[in-house]
Design a protein around this ligand. Structure first.
Ligand SMILES: C[S@@+](CC[C@H](N)C(=O)[O-])C[C@H]1O[C@@H](n2cnc3c(N)ncnc32)[C@H](O)[C@@H]1O
Length: 324
């Protein structure tokens, strides 16, 4: 059947059979119960968090998005040759599915599988794509990609994954290795991975990217508390916290924290958590890599780097890796 004869509804087919228990409550309690409190960054992303992230990508200070898009635009012909036509194209953390638009016309995939944890945003993005690409089959999956080992599509053709935005940097190097191994199992041998990775650079530029003058990153960071209030019957007062971001150079990562302005208590599902003045909740790490460090990590996950593109200022890298 020709795809163009299918209705939009038929072309957006959610893959519901990916089993995934809801572990949010467990993860939030265990992070808050630690001496150094933490929260998993994936919980920034409810509808409002996804919209705030989109606003971050437009900020002058946030060089990552425009630099990665520049690399995609400049090298699209070579990228398309490497990915090949008619593969199954899986995107991890697809968000608004903007960057994928540079690939769709060029590689005409058999189907596009956007994977994202933020359901409403994922659905809206899929609907926009269905309008704009009438020939495209879209199979969205709303899950935590760090738990993804397979895509339930019976298809024996070639698979390519796309993992933009340097989201790999939100994982510690050992967790990033686990995630790359999962991507390897999803694309299978000879499958490809096109991945964007932010490069190590001066602290000033890095810290500015996560401390924008308009305060959008601060609102995004605080949104994790609003999300927890809504989902877990919690009473975080957002006014009691301040956004902090700093480059921890020895660890090679930008850290985001929410710092308590005052001693206070918070209830989450009836559980009490005490905050001292100045105590922080560590909400996100964004690890930065050199090209060599990232190639080493990829090799440990049995990926061969076939091509790496960087911009003239060496701000960002885009890699095409093949699974062996
Ligand atoms: C930093 S944004 C990147 C969005 C887009 N890919 C880009 O490059 O601009 C991360 C995206 O991944 C999604 N996300 C974050 N953690 C996730 C997880 N563990 N599982 C699935 N999606 C996740 C978020 O909802 C968000 O859309």
């Amino acid at each position: 059947m020709r795809h163009s004869t299918l209705s939009k509804k038929d072309r957006i087919n959610f893959l519901k059979s990916v089993p995934q228990p809801d572990t949010m409550a467990e993860e939030i309690h265990s992070g808050l119960a630690r001496d150094n409190k933490t929260l998993p960054p994936k919980y920034f992303y409810d509808k409002q968090g996804s919209e705030l992230f989109d606003r971050i990508t437009d900020l002058d200070e946030y060089y990552l998005t425009r630099t990665e898009i520049g690399l995609l635009e400049q090298h699209i012909a070579e990228i398309a040759d490497l990915l090949g036509k008619n593969s199954l194209l899986i995107e991890l953390g697809s968000g608004s599915s903007i960057k994928i638009r540079f690939l769709l016309e060029a590689i005409r995939p058999k189907a596009y599988v956007p994977v994202d944890i933020s359901y409403a945003h994922l659905l809206a993005a899929a609907q926009r794509l269905a309008n704009d690409y009438p020939w495209l089959t879209i199979n969205p999956v709303c899950i935590d990609y760090s738990k993804l080992w397979s895509i339930p599509i019976s298809d024996t053709g070639r698979r390519n994954a796309f993992f933009p935005g340097s989201s790999i940097g939100n994982f510690s190097p050992s967790a990033a290795l686990d995630l790359l191994k999962k991507v390897h199992s999803v694309v299978g041998e000879r499958g490809g991975l096109l991945i964007g990775v932010d490069l190590k650079k001066d602290a000033e530029r890095l810290e500015a990217a996560y401390n924008d003058a308009a305060g959008i990153t601060a609102a995004f960071n605080l949104n994790i508390l609003r999300h927890i209030n809504r989902r877990l019957d919690a009473d975080f007062d957002l006014d009691n916290f301040t956004h902090r971001a700093l480059y921890n150079e020895p660890a090679g990562r930008v850290e985001m924290h929410l710092s308590s302005k005052t001693p206070h208590q918070v209830q989450v599902q009836g559980e009490r958590y005490d905050f001292k003045r100045g105590e922080t909740i560590h909400t996100e790490n964004s690890y930065k890599y050199t090209v060599e460090e990232f190639h080493h990590l990829a090799a440990l996950a049995n990926f061969t780097p076939l091509k790496t593109w960087t911009d003239p200022l060496s701000l960002f890298s885009l890699h095409y890796l093949v699974a062996h």
